[in-house]
Ligand binder design. Structure first.
Ligand SMILES: Nc1ncnc2c1ncn2[C@@H]1O[C@H](COP(=O)(O)OP(=O)(O)OP(=O)(O)O)[C@@H](O)[C@H]1O
Length: 245
């Protein structure tokens, strides 16, 4: 499908997300208006600030109660399958994503879903596992892998199908310094648009744009030099914004 002008963006317009809570409802995201066209953007925020909820809007795992979400021109609510073909989503917890007994089989399953012929799947799967640095664990049980190895395997399974956009929820959480460095280098070289949530401010500093969520609201948005420094101060001394309950 040809892209419309300016369509290479992840856009939330007037997005509010609520969830039932007891007899009332909880607001998880409030009045978000944001358009991300940068090749790399990072979302930071305290635990429970709404980062995962925000990321999940872009593959339709979270539905807004108000507003619209579009991915490169595709309205996620109208055509969630098309949105999911464009957006590869890597979860924080790899076990919620890996479904096959071994990494190579999991990547092969992704390739099958993308229509890659059977005879080409194993070679392509091993190649992508090599790229993320866990080819040596390709045929081991997922349950024998370390947390970091599982995180890389889950990433490989998403990367293998070459989506236009990669949404990564806390991708360095389980990684040692060597694998963190390797992953950051790999991310740097990818042609895809990347939207990443993280508590890793070193990773945040590598993106041209950083968004800060607090209490489900966007409270800062800009280049990392300004935003990361402000965020660190707020974490220490308190956020300036009075967030509504
Ligand atoms: N379906 C739901 N029902 C009720 N509350 C929810 C639901 N999903 C998320 N929440 C709450 O919304 C808030 C935001 O959750 P979210 O997972 O987006 O935070 P986060 O910024 O990703 O946090 P963390 O850094 O801890 O991963 C949390 O308080 C969470 O408990």
């Amino acid at each position: 499908m040809p892209s419309s002008p300016g369509a290479a963006a992840l856009v939330c317009s007037g997005v509010t997300v609520t969830a039932p809570s007891g007899s009332g409802e909880l607001t998880l995201l409030r009045d978000l208006d944001v358009s991300v066209s940068e090749r790399r953007a990072v979302v930071v925020g305290l635990n429970g600030s709404g980062k995962s909820t925000f990321l999940r809007l872009f593959n339709g795992l979270v539905r807004p109660s108000a507003g619209t979400v579009t991915v490169h021109g595709t309205d996620v609510a109208r055509d969630v399958r098309a949105a999911r073909r464009r957006v590869g989503f890597v979860f924080t917890d790899p076990l919620s994503q890996l479904v096959m007994p071994t990494p190579v089989e999991d990547v092969e399953l992704s390739l099958r879903g993308a229509g890659v012929p059977r005879g080409r799947r194993r070679g392509a799967a091993l190649e992508v596992l090599e790229r993320v640095g866990i080819a040596h664990r390709a045929e081991h049980s997922i349950y024998d892998l370390s947390g970091g190895e599982r995180q890389l395997a889950a990433f490989a399974a998403v990367l293998a199908v070459e989506p236009d956009v990669l949404v990564l929820d806390e991708p360095t959480t389980l990684l040692d310094l060597r694998n963190r460095g390797r992953l950051m280098e790999l991310l740097e070289g990818l042609p895809q648009q990347l939207l990443i949530s993280t508590h890793d401010l070193g990773l945040a500093a590598t993106a041209p744009r950083v968004l800060v969520l607090h209490g489900g609201e966007l409270v800062a948005d800009g280049p990392p030099r300004q935003v990361v420094t402000a965020y660190q101060g707020w974490c220490e001394h308190g956020f300036p914004q009075e967030v509504r309950p």
